[in-house]
Design a protein around this ligand. Structure first.
Ligand code: ATP
Length: 276
């Protein structure tokens, strides 16, 4: 369980990126973090793993206060926070298996990782995870031979290989096509529920978030202006988050995407009927 209490961040430039942000994420719950550009989403995620030092407030993972630990302990705490990135952050010339095993680097002694000798238990776990994310046939492939969706599956398996207590996910589908995006979101959310993992997903695509996450937190100008189930994210809530102009532009874009998808499906159906 993650607990964020009255988190405030003011950058040295004077920009106040977060103001008095508080929320809990219980085990197994996936929170979609939404909000316009500059709302503070990345700052919030970075304050949780302390890549950015909060100006005030507290973050707890279980009963450990992340915001209080010293350097050595911080390294240990970070091992238990799995990160999944927009651009996957894989080592391109290494195999799928090696990329997944790199999730153990914080745990194994340097010489073992240097010689690429991981304990059998770590290797067994990596095989099981690769099976879970649907990549058992690609274990020995190099990362640079994979599609975007497959790369993100490796990213998911690598984060899980760390035995995380929390997942922080930054725009996991921003580089993927709509169908693959849905598959990846479904996979992340299913795995979190299976393992009782709390997760925060920073996500631009509101419709995609609504489809899969358990709860939505909406930020605007560094403050939480919405916190509730996806069904409660109505027009009023979206206007509170994005302002009326922004939301109307987004809705127009979503309508056009839906129209494109319907036209493509129609075209495909007609092509198939013609071929039959
Ligand atoms: N390193 C920094 N130094 C100074 N100000 C910063 C820094 N990083 C972010 N900010 C400011 O903090 C505010 C929140 O930025 P943040 O990147 O957290 O927003 P965001 O919601 O993640 O935006 P986006 O969706 O565009 O990534 C913005 O006003 C931004 O200009």
């Amino acid at each position: 369980m993650l607990r964020v209490e009255a988190l405030t961040k003011r950058y040295k430039t004077g920009d106040k990126a977060l103001t008095d942000v508080s929320f809990d994420v219980p085990s197994g719950q996936v929170v979609g973090l939404i909000g316009p550009s500059g709302a503070g989403k990345s700052t919030l995620i970075r304050c949780v793993n302390r890549l950015v030092e909060p100006s005030s407030g507290k973050v707890f993972l279980g009963d450990r206060e992340i915001t209080r630990v010293g350097r050595g302990e911080l390294r240990r705490v970070r091992r238990r926070i799995g990160m999944i990135f927009q651009e996957y952050a894989l080592v391109e010339r290494l195999t799928v298996m090696e990329n997944v095993l790199s999730g153990r680097l914080g745990y194994v002694p340097f010489w073992r990782s240097f010689l690429r000798r991981f304990p059998q238990g770590d290797v067994d776990k990596a095989f099981a995870l690769l099976d879970r994310v649907g990549l058992s046939d690609h274990v020995d492939k190099r990362a640079d031979a994979l599609s975007g969706g497959q790369r993100q599956r490796v990213g998911i398996a690598r984060a899980l290989e760390q035995d995380p207590e929390l997942l922080l996910v930054d725009e996991p589908t921003a580089s993927l096509d709509p169908k693959t995006s849905r598959q990846i979101m479904r996979l992340i959310c299913e795995i979190c529920r299976e393992r009782g993992l709390p997760a925060i997903i920073n996500i631009h695509d509101v419709l995609l978030a609504k489809m899969f996450v358990d709860r939505i937190v909406g930020l605007r100008a560094g403050r939480i202006v919405f916190d509730g189930p996806p069904d409660a994210l109505d027009e009023e809530a979206l206007t509170a988050i994005y302002g009326s102009e922004d939301w109307n532009a987004m809705r127009k874009e979503a309508d056009e995407t839906a129209k494109d998808a319907a036209e493509a499906a129609d075209f495909e159906a007609r092509a198939q009927a013609g071929a039959a």
